[in-house]
Design a protein around this ligand. Structure first.
Ligand code: ATP
Ligand code: MG
Length: 275
């Protein structure tokens, strides 16, 4: 679904991404692990077209996207839950969610309203606080809002930049439950985490960080229980994932059908391939 090949990125003269190679397959949760300043957020921004790579290529659903404007990339089906949430503090919860659908201005009003209801079903707390200003929400509520806002773009691939940052352990667990639920409802996820212990707790397969900077796959670390084992069984509507324009899409990837709501093919953990 997503493929980064030898991606290099600079801020001015400083090279931040040296040669990032990463692949995410449809239906997976892939975690990019890396320390501070290793270029995790820059990798996310490069996928989204906020940072232009100086070499290499980024492909989404077999089409090159590294020269497209961000808005086009979002329309193609990628959205980002940014680091530190970055919700609109002076807008209400509802307005924040509406902003998440900025690429869908031509969508019927009823469709957007139904998507807001889906977000509220995922995060009942947001429904309770829909008229509250974003800036007055707690950290955990702001994280829920940031995720909900990203879902309003109806992404097929959701990028999440350190969703556990600054949250109490109980909230971290909730956020990772939600990540799995969103994935189960049909959205592929690339999540950046510094908190390897939390990240690996939901992995069905894990991998140590490799010095060669190439993503590797490996067996699930012994003694760790797949997070899915403690997922609450909730009745939720599958998240609507619009069909992509790319003609090579397989017919099995129906946006609303049961195939997208079934379990992900696998959860895979990739090590950061950035410096
Ligand atoms: N806009 C910018 N201009 C110049 N340098 C930047 C810019 N954004 C990031 N950098 C630098 O690029 C490097 C990688 O930053 P990045 O934010 O991608 O790291 P990260 O892995 O996400 O770190 P963290 O775990 O702290 O979030 C850092 O050294 C940072 O100072
Ligand atoms: Mg970062």
């Amino acid at each position: 679904m997503l493929k980064l090949t030898d991606v290099v990125a600079h801020y001015g003269p400083i090279q931040v991404l040296k040669s990032v190679n990463l692949e995410v397959r449809a239906g997976e949760i892939v975690c990019l692990l890396g320390g501070n300043a290793s270029g995790k957020s820059t990798t996310m921004k490069t996928i989204l077209g906020v940072v232009r790579p100086t070499a290499g290529r980024v492909e989404f659903e077999d089409q090159r996207i590294d020269r497209l404007p961000t808005e086009t990339i979002v329309r193609r089906g990628i959205s980002l839950v940014p680091e530190a949430r970055r919700i609109f503090a002076r807008m209400t919860v509802w307005e924040n969610l509406a902003m998440g659908a900025f690429t869908r201005q031509k969508a019927p009003a009823g469709e957007l309203a139904a998507d807001v209801e889906r977000v509220y079903a995922l995060f009942p707390r947001l429904a309770e606080r829909q008229h509250q200003l974003g800036g007055t929400l707690s950290g955990g509520e702001q994280q829920m809002l940031a995720i909900g806002r990203a879902l309003m773009a109806r992404p097929r691939l959701l990028l999440m930049d350190e969703p556990s940052m600054g949250l109490a352990p109980v909230l971290v667990d909730q956020v990772f439950d939600i990540i799995q639920t969103i994935n189960r409802l049909g959205t592929t996820i690339l999540v950046v985490e510094q908190n390897a212990a939390v990240a690996l707790s939901i992995a069905s397969r894990g991998a140590p960080k490799r010095p060669d900077r190439r993503p590797r796959r490996g067996p699930h670390p012994p003694g760790r229980r797949p997070h899915s084992a403690r997922l609450p069984r909730r009745r939720l509507t599958p998240w609507p994932v619009p069909s992509r324009s790319c003609p090579s899409r397989s017919s099995s990837a129906s946006p609303w059908g049961p195939s997208t709501a079934s379990s992900p093919s696998a959860t895979r953990w990739s090590t950061a391939s950035c410096s």
